[in-house]
Design a protein around this ligand. Structure first.
Ligand code: G
Ligand code: G
Ligand code: MN
Ligand code: NA
Length: 258
Protein backbone atom coordinates (compact mmCIF):
# COMPACT_ATOMS: atom_id res chain seq x y z
CA UNK A 1 0.00 0.00 0.00
CA UNK A 2 2.99 2.24 0.54
CA UNK A 3 3.84 1.75 -3.13
CA UNK A 4 0.34 2.83 -4.12
CA UNK A 5 0.54 5.98 -1.94
CA UNK A 6 3.93 6.83 -3.44
CA UNK A 7 2.71 6.20 -6.96
CA UNK A 8 -0.31 8.44 -6.49
CA UNK A 9 2.02 11.16 -5.21
CA UNK A 10 4.38 10.62 -8.16
CA UNK A 11 1.53 11.22 -10.58
CA UNK A 12 0.45 14.38 -8.71
CA UNK A 13 3.98 15.72 -8.43
CA UNK A 14 4.97 14.99 -12.01
CA UNK A 15 7.63 12.43 -11.07
CA UNK A 16 6.67 10.12 -13.91
CA UNK A 17 8.57 10.46 -17.13
CA UNK A 18 8.56 8.87 -20.56
CA UNK A 19 11.60 7.53 -22.33
CA UNK A 20 11.58 6.79 -26.04
CA UNK A 21 13.25 3.85 -27.80
CA UNK A 22 13.79 4.15 -31.57
CA UNK A 23 12.38 1.63 -34.04
CA UNK A 24 14.10 1.30 -37.43
CA UNK A 25 13.09 0.05 -40.85
CA UNK A 26 15.50 -2.81 -41.65
CA UNK A 27 15.55 -2.08 -45.39
CA UNK A 28 16.17 1.68 -45.27
CA UNK A 29 17.84 1.96 -41.85
CA UNK A 30 15.61 4.95 -41.11
CA UNK A 31 13.98 5.63 -37.76
CA UNK A 32 10.27 5.01 -38.39
CA UNK A 33 8.96 4.79 -34.85
CA UNK A 34 9.52 5.04 -31.13
CA UNK A 35 8.15 3.08 -28.20
CA UNK A 36 7.22 5.21 -25.20
CA UNK A 37 8.32 3.58 -21.94
CA UNK A 38 7.26 4.83 -18.55
CA UNK A 39 9.88 5.70 -15.95
CA UNK A 40 9.42 6.59 -12.28
CA UNK A 41 12.27 8.36 -10.57
CA UNK A 42 11.44 8.07 -6.89
CA UNK A 43 13.26 10.63 -4.73
CA UNK A 44 14.81 9.47 -1.44
CA UNK A 45 17.55 10.52 0.93
CA UNK A 46 20.31 8.62 -0.83
CA UNK A 47 23.39 10.18 -2.38
CA UNK A 48 21.87 9.79 -5.87
CA UNK A 49 18.77 11.68 -4.74
CA UNK A 50 16.53 8.75 -5.63
CA UNK A 51 16.20 5.67 -7.80
CA UNK A 52 14.31 4.41 -10.82
CA UNK A 53 11.48 1.99 -10.24
CA UNK A 54 10.70 -0.34 -13.13
CA UNK A 55 7.23 -0.25 -14.66
CA UNK A 56 7.32 -4.04 -14.33
CA UNK A 57 7.10 -3.40 -10.55
CA UNK A 58 4.59 -0.57 -10.41
CA UNK A 59 2.24 -1.23 -13.38
CA UNK A 60 0.65 -4.23 -11.58
CA UNK A 61 -0.01 -2.01 -8.53
CA UNK A 62 -1.46 0.66 -10.81
CA UNK A 63 -3.71 -1.90 -12.50
CA UNK A 64 -5.09 -3.32 -9.27
CA UNK A 65 -5.82 0.10 -7.83
CA UNK A 66 -7.33 1.70 -10.91
CA UNK A 67 -4.51 4.24 -10.96
CA UNK A 68 -3.60 2.81 -14.36
CA UNK A 69 -6.40 4.94 -15.84
CA UNK A 70 -4.98 8.41 -15.03
CA UNK A 71 -1.43 7.13 -15.58
CA UNK A 72 -2.36 5.68 -18.98
CA UNK A 73 -4.10 8.92 -19.95
CA UNK A 74 -1.04 10.91 -18.95
CA UNK A 75 1.21 8.61 -21.02
CA UNK A 76 -1.04 8.88 -24.07
CA UNK A 77 -1.25 12.68 -23.89
CA UNK A 78 2.50 13.17 -23.40
CA UNK A 79 3.54 10.70 -26.07
CA UNK A 80 1.08 11.97 -28.71
CA UNK A 81 2.13 15.54 -28.07
CA UNK A 82 5.78 14.56 -28.56
CA UNK A 83 5.06 12.62 -31.77
CA UNK A 84 2.94 15.44 -33.20
CA UNK A 85 5.94 17.73 -32.78
CA UNK A 86 8.36 15.29 -34.50
CA UNK A 87 5.90 15.03 -37.38
CA UNK A 88 5.52 18.81 -37.66
CA UNK A 89 9.31 18.98 -37.87
CA UNK A 90 9.31 16.64 -40.87
CA UNK A 91 10.11 13.36 -39.13
CA UNK A 92 7.63 10.64 -40.10
CA UNK A 93 7.95 8.82 -36.82
CA UNK A 94 5.17 6.74 -35.30
CA UNK A 95 4.68 6.56 -31.55
CA UNK A 96 3.98 3.16 -29.96
CA UNK A 97 2.34 3.05 -26.54
CA UNK A 98 1.84 0.09 -24.21
CA UNK A 99 -1.75 -0.40 -23.15
CA UNK A 100 -2.60 -2.94 -20.49
CA UNK A 101 -5.81 -4.94 -20.45
CA UNK A 102 -7.04 -3.09 -17.36
CA UNK A 103 -7.18 0.13 -19.37
CA UNK A 104 -9.71 -1.50 -21.70
CA UNK A 105 -12.06 -2.30 -18.84
CA UNK A 106 -11.58 0.55 -16.41
CA UNK A 107 -11.89 3.50 -18.78
CA UNK A 108 -13.41 4.75 -21.99
CA UNK A 109 -10.12 4.45 -23.84
CA UNK A 110 -11.73 5.07 -27.24
CA UNK A 111 -13.04 8.54 -26.30
CA UNK A 112 -9.79 9.41 -24.63
CA UNK A 113 -7.71 8.44 -27.67
CA UNK A 114 -10.07 10.39 -29.96
CA UNK A 115 -9.75 13.49 -27.75
CA UNK A 116 -5.96 13.29 -27.59
CA UNK A 117 -5.71 12.93 -31.38
CA UNK A 118 -7.94 15.99 -31.80
CA UNK A 119 -6.04 18.06 -29.24
CA UNK A 120 -2.55 17.21 -30.52
CA UNK A 121 -3.43 17.06 -34.23
CA UNK A 122 -1.48 13.79 -34.48
CA UNK A 123 -2.31 11.74 -37.58
CA UNK A 124 -4.01 8.59 -36.18
CA UNK A 125 -1.81 6.43 -38.45
CA UNK A 126 1.16 7.71 -36.44
CA UNK A 127 -0.19 6.26 -33.20
CA UNK A 128 0.20 2.57 -32.44
CA UNK A 129 -1.22 0.85 -29.40
CA UNK A 130 0.62 -2.26 -28.18
CA UNK A 131 -1.41 -4.90 -26.41
CA UNK A 132 -0.22 -8.26 -25.16
CA UNK A 133 -1.92 -11.54 -25.93
CA UNK A 134 -3.35 -11.52 -22.41
CA UNK A 135 -6.01 -8.96 -23.40
CA UNK A 136 -7.51 -11.64 -25.65
CA UNK A 137 -8.01 -13.88 -22.63
CA UNK A 138 -10.44 -11.52 -20.96
CA UNK A 139 -13.88 -10.53 -22.20
CA UNK A 140 -13.48 -11.35 -25.90
CA UNK A 141 -16.58 -9.53 -27.14
CA UNK A 142 -15.65 -6.37 -25.29
CA UNK A 143 -12.05 -6.59 -26.50
CA UNK A 144 -13.02 -7.09 -30.16
CA UNK A 145 -15.43 -4.18 -29.95
CA UNK A 146 -12.87 -1.85 -28.36
CA UNK A 147 -10.09 -2.80 -30.77
CA UNK A 148 -12.43 -2.29 -33.73
CA UNK A 149 -13.43 1.15 -32.47
CA UNK A 150 -9.78 2.12 -31.96
CA UNK A 151 -8.91 0.83 -35.42
CA UNK A 152 -11.88 2.80 -36.74
CA UNK A 153 -10.18 5.97 -35.54
CA UNK A 154 -7.27 5.06 -37.84
CA UNK A 155 -4.97 4.04 -35.00
CA UNK A 156 -2.62 1.07 -35.58
CA UNK A 157 -2.59 -1.98 -33.31
CA UNK A 158 0.32 -4.26 -32.45
CA UNK A 159 0.58 -7.46 -30.45
CA UNK A 160 3.46 -7.03 -28.00
CA UNK A 161 5.66 -9.90 -26.72
CA UNK A 162 4.22 -12.05 -29.49
CA UNK A 163 4.82 -15.76 -29.02
CA UNK A 164 4.93 -15.75 -25.24
CA UNK A 165 1.18 -15.71 -24.52
CA UNK A 166 -1.60 -18.20 -24.85
CA UNK A 167 -3.72 -16.61 -27.53
CA UNK A 168 -5.17 -18.68 -30.33
CA UNK A 169 -3.97 -17.93 -33.85
CA UNK A 170 -7.57 -17.45 -34.90
CA UNK A 171 -7.53 -14.14 -33.00
CA UNK A 172 -5.17 -12.80 -35.61
CA UNK A 173 -8.02 -13.10 -38.10
CA UNK A 174 -10.72 -11.77 -35.80
CA UNK A 175 -8.87 -8.74 -34.50
CA UNK A 176 -7.86 -5.72 -36.57
CA UNK A 177 -4.11 -6.13 -35.97
CA UNK A 178 -1.44 -4.33 -38.03
CA UNK A 179 1.83 -5.55 -36.54
CA UNK A 180 3.43 -8.39 -34.56
CA UNK A 181 6.28 -7.65 -32.16
CA UNK A 182 8.51 -10.71 -31.82
CA UNK A 183 9.31 -11.06 -28.13
CA UNK A 184 12.92 -10.30 -27.22
CA UNK A 185 13.38 -13.75 -25.62
CA UNK A 186 13.38 -15.33 -29.11
CA UNK A 187 15.89 -12.84 -30.50
CA UNK A 188 18.32 -13.08 -27.58
CA UNK A 189 19.42 -16.65 -28.38
CA UNK A 190 18.43 -16.82 -32.05
CA UNK A 191 22.06 -17.33 -33.09
CA UNK A 192 22.78 -20.30 -30.83
CA UNK A 193 19.39 -21.82 -30.12
CA UNK A 194 17.77 -23.37 -33.21
CA UNK A 195 14.37 -23.50 -31.52
CA UNK A 196 14.35 -19.77 -30.82
CA UNK A 197 15.54 -19.06 -34.38
CA UNK A 198 12.78 -21.28 -35.75
CA UNK A 199 10.15 -19.47 -33.70
CA UNK A 200 11.39 -16.03 -34.78
CA UNK A 201 11.42 -17.09 -38.46
CA UNK A 202 7.96 -18.58 -38.15
CA UNK A 203 6.54 -15.39 -36.65
CA UNK A 204 7.91 -13.38 -39.60
CA UNK A 205 6.34 -15.84 -42.09
CA UNK A 206 3.06 -15.93 -40.19
CA UNK A 207 2.86 -12.15 -40.04
CA UNK A 208 3.65 -11.72 -43.71
CA UNK A 209 1.14 -14.35 -44.81
CA UNK A 210 -1.52 -12.43 -42.90
CA UNK A 211 -0.36 -9.11 -44.37
CA UNK A 212 0.98 -7.85 -41.07
CA UNK A 213 4.22 -5.99 -40.44
CA UNK A 214 6.69 -7.72 -38.14
CA UNK A 215 9.05 -5.95 -35.76
CA UNK A 216 11.72 -7.65 -33.64
CA UNK A 217 12.51 -6.47 -30.12
CA UNK A 218 15.68 -6.97 -28.13
CA UNK A 219 18.02 -6.58 -31.12
CA UNK A 220 21.37 -6.13 -29.39
CA UNK A 221 24.06 -7.19 -31.86
CA UNK A 222 25.10 -7.01 -35.49
CA UNK A 223 24.50 -10.78 -35.66
CA UNK A 224 20.91 -10.39 -34.47
CA UNK A 225 20.44 -7.77 -37.16
CA UNK A 226 21.95 -9.92 -39.92
CA UNK A 227 19.71 -12.83 -38.91
CA UNK A 228 16.61 -10.61 -39.10
CA UNK A 229 17.61 -9.15 -42.48
CA UNK A 230 18.07 -12.70 -43.82
CA UNK A 231 14.62 -13.62 -42.51
CA UNK A 232 13.02 -10.56 -44.13
CA UNK A 233 11.80 -9.04 -40.86
CA UNK A 234 10.47 -5.49 -41.46
CA UNK A 235 11.52 -3.47 -38.43
CA UNK A 236 13.83 -3.63 -35.41
CA UNK A 237 14.11 -2.19 -31.91
CA UNK A 238 16.85 -2.78 -29.36
CA UNK A 239 20.04 -1.74 -27.65
CA UNK A 240 22.01 -2.15 -30.92
CA UNK A 241 20.39 1.12 -32.04
CA UNK A 242 19.56 2.82 -28.76
CA UNK A 243 18.32 2.25 -25.26
CA UNK A 244 15.11 4.02 -24.27
CA UNK A 245 16.20 7.68 -23.86
CA UNK A 246 14.67 10.92 -22.55
CA UNK A 247 12.72 13.11 -24.99
CA UNK A 248 15.47 15.69 -25.45
CA UNK A 249 18.00 12.98 -26.31
CA UNK A 250 15.54 11.29 -28.65
CA UNK A 251 15.11 14.56 -30.57
CA UNK A 252 18.86 14.86 -31.13
CA UNK A 253 19.03 11.15 -31.99
CA UNK A 254 16.57 11.54 -34.88
CA UNK A 255 18.16 14.77 -36.07
CA UNK A 256 21.65 13.26 -36.14
CA UNK A 257 20.29 10.09 -37.82
CA UNK A 258 18.92 11.93 -40.89
O1 G B 1 10.93 -0.33 -19.99
P1 G B 1 10.87 -1.64 -19.24
O2 G B 1 11.61 -2.82 -19.79
O3 G B 1 11.29 -1.47 -17.83
O4 G B 1 9.33 -2.05 -19.22
C1 G B 1 8.88 -3.08 -18.43
C2 G B 1 7.44 -3.40 -18.74
O5 G B 1 6.59 -2.29 -18.44
C3 G B 1 7.21 -3.75 -20.22
O6 G B 1 6.43 -4.92 -20.25
C4 G B 1 6.42 -2.59 -20.73
O7 G B 1 5.50 -3.01 -21.74
C5 G B 1 5.70 -2.06 -19.50
N1 G B 1 5.43 -0.63 -19.67
C6 G B 1 6.33 0.35 -19.90
N2 G B 1 5.71 1.55 -20.04
C7 G B 1 4.38 1.30 -19.94
C8 G B 1 3.21 2.14 -20.02
O8 G B 1 3.24 3.34 -20.26
N3 G B 1 2.00 1.53 -19.81
C9 G B 1 1.89 0.19 -19.59
N4 G B 1 0.65 -0.31 -19.41
N5 G B 1 2.96 -0.62 -19.51
C10 G B 1 4.19 -0.08 -19.69
O1 G C 1 7.14 -5.65 -22.77
P1 G C 1 7.76 -4.60 -23.63
O2 G C 1 8.18 -5.13 -24.94
O3 G C 1 6.92 -3.37 -23.75
O4 G C 1 9.11 -4.17 -22.90
C1 G C 1 10.07 -3.38 -23.49
C2 G C 1 11.27 -3.41 -22.57
O5 G C 1 12.39 -4.05 -23.18
C3 G C 1 11.73 -2.03 -22.22
O6 G C 1 11.72 -1.92 -20.85
C4 G C 1 13.13 -1.90 -22.69
O7 G C 1 13.95 -1.25 -21.76
C5 G C 1 13.57 -3.34 -22.88
N1 G C 1 14.49 -3.46 -24.01
C6 G C 1 14.48 -2.75 -25.15
N2 G C 1 15.46 -3.12 -26.00
C7 G C 1 16.15 -4.10 -25.37
C8 G C 1 17.30 -4.88 -25.73
O8 G C 1 17.88 -4.77 -26.81
N3 G C 1 17.71 -5.81 -24.82
C9 G C 1 17.08 -5.97 -23.62
N4 G C 1 17.57 -6.89 -22.80
N5 G C 1 16.00 -5.25 -23.25
C10 G C 1 15.54 -4.32 -24.10
MN1 MN D 1 6.04 -2.88 -25.57
NA1 NA E 1 7.59 -6.67 -25.76
Amino acid sequence: FQMLRDLREALDKNQLDLHYQPQLDLKTGKVIGAEALLRWFKPDNSKEGGSYISPADFIPVAEQSGLIVPIGEWVLAQACEAAAEWNRNGHDIRIAINVSGAQFYQSDIVSYVRDVLNKTGLNPKMLELEVTESVFMDDIQHTIHTLQELHGLGVELAIDDFGTGYSSLSYLRQFPIDRLKIDQSFIRNALNNPDDAAIAKTIVRLGHSLNLKVIAEGVETREHEAFLIAEDCDEVQGFRYSRPIPLVKFKSFITSYD
